[in-house]
Each structure stands twice: as C-alpha cells, then as structure tokens.
Design a protein around this ligand. Structure first.
Ligand SMILES: [Zn+2]
Ligand SMILES: [Zn+2]
Length: 214
C-alpha cells in the first residue's frame, strides 16, 4: 500500500492518496486545502484514482473536493447523514470566519456492506458516528489479506478523540463507535487520523485517556 499524506494550514488536516503499488489504482481521502499537493502526487506517480472518499463533511475535509473532482472526474462518496454538513459548507465557513465555496454534488452514499476495490486493495467504509452523524472510518488492505489500516477522519487521534461540540456530535455515541468498531481491530493495526500523527489501535487502547474508562 502506497500512502501519501499532505497537510496545510490553517487546519493541518491530513489528506491522503492511497494507491496499489502493483496497479497504480488509487483513492483520494478527504481532499481539503492541501488538494493541490495531493493532485501533484497523483500526477507524479501516474496514479489512476478511482474515487474521492470522504470520512465526513466538516469543511476542512471537503474544501478540495471540487478541485479533485474537476481534475479526476471520479465519483464523490459520503455518508448520507453528513449531507447537511456538506450542503452547509458556506455556513460552516462562517462559524470559523472563513469564506469557502460550495462543492460539487455528492455522487454516491455509502451503504452497509459496500466496499471499493482499487487494484489489489479494498476500502471498506465503517459507519462511526459521534464526531458528526455521518462519520465513517475506512478500513483498507489487500484483498488477499485480513490486515487493515484505518483512515479514521476525526473519530480517533493519537492520544485523543474527535470533538463532539459541533452540530450532530455526541461523545457517548463517539465512544461507542470507537469501542464497537475500531477497538475490534488487532493491536498492531495502523491508524491514520484526520489530524496529527499516525498511531496504532494497541497504543490507543492502552494509553488514550478517553478510552481508559470505557
Ligand atoms: Zn471533523
Ligand atoms: Zn478535521
């Protein structure tokens, strides 16, 4: 699995290009303000991007969707329960004092059991509400192996969890999502959060202060 990460101010949100090293087929995850860097990576590696996969629709995760869509012409995927946030991007910007543009319409909604094949890999969206209603984590790994890496958006961070004070957030629900969905993965599972450094399920299970009492 080839993983390229880009992150720029003001949100330092991690955008990812994840590609199959054998075929060059790829997905883009959460293109935001760093979208030009992600598209540069796509061009430099001649990756064949198949989809724009969104973990959720907070503005820092979607401001680059339009640029990515215009260049790549591939479908935009989101969980239906975050459509109100996606459609409300201009209003979200006002909350942060930022002027942001509307993004092109979402093409498809995640459904239970749906998965994306790219090359020898599969990306499985797992609904993990709590940070926002339509939050998903993407479990990505080779089709011929059980091992997965988790692209968790703002659900879980190294040493922390996502904020729950924005519209539709719930800490109780977020903790349940983390315990029921993410902590089921083995301890050596690598976690790629939407902000900050990578971690593992084992490290968070053992040391994350929000997960000690759940
Ligand atoms: Zn968020
Ligand atoms: Zn974020």
């Amino acid at each position: 699995m080839q993983i390229e990460l880009a992150s720029v101010p003001p949100f330092y949100k991690n955008g990812y290009v994840v590609a199959c090293e054998e075929t060059g087929e790829a997905v883009i995850i959460d293109p935001g303000d760093e979208v030009d860097e992600l598209l540069r990576v796509v061009r430099a590696t001649a990756s064949d991007v198949k989809a724009i996969l969104l973990t959720h629709a907070h503005l820092d995760h979607i401001t680059g969707v339009g640029r990515a869509k215009a260049e790549l012409g591939v479908p935009i995927w989101l969980h239906r329960d975050d459509l109100f946030l996606y459609d409300g991007i201009v209003e979200q910007g006002l909350m942060f004092g930022l002027e942001v543009s509307r993004q092109p319409p979402v093409d498809c909604f995640y459904e239970p059991g749906i998965a994306f094949r790219f090359g020898r890999y599969v990306a499985e969206p797992l609904h993990t509400p709590g940070h926002c209603p339509g939050g998903v984590c993407l479990a990505i790994g080779r089709t011929d192996e059980d091992r997965r890496e988790l692209f968790v958006g703002d659900t879980l961070f190294a040493g922390s969890i996502g904020r729950t004070d924005l519209p539709g957030g719930s800490q109780e629900q977020l903790l349940r999502s983390i315990v029921d969905v993410l902590l089921r993965f083995p301890d050596d599972t690598v976690v790629h959060p939407g902000h900050g450094p990578d971690t593992t399920i084992g490290r968070e299970r053992a040391t994350n202060p929000f997960l000690i009492h759940v």
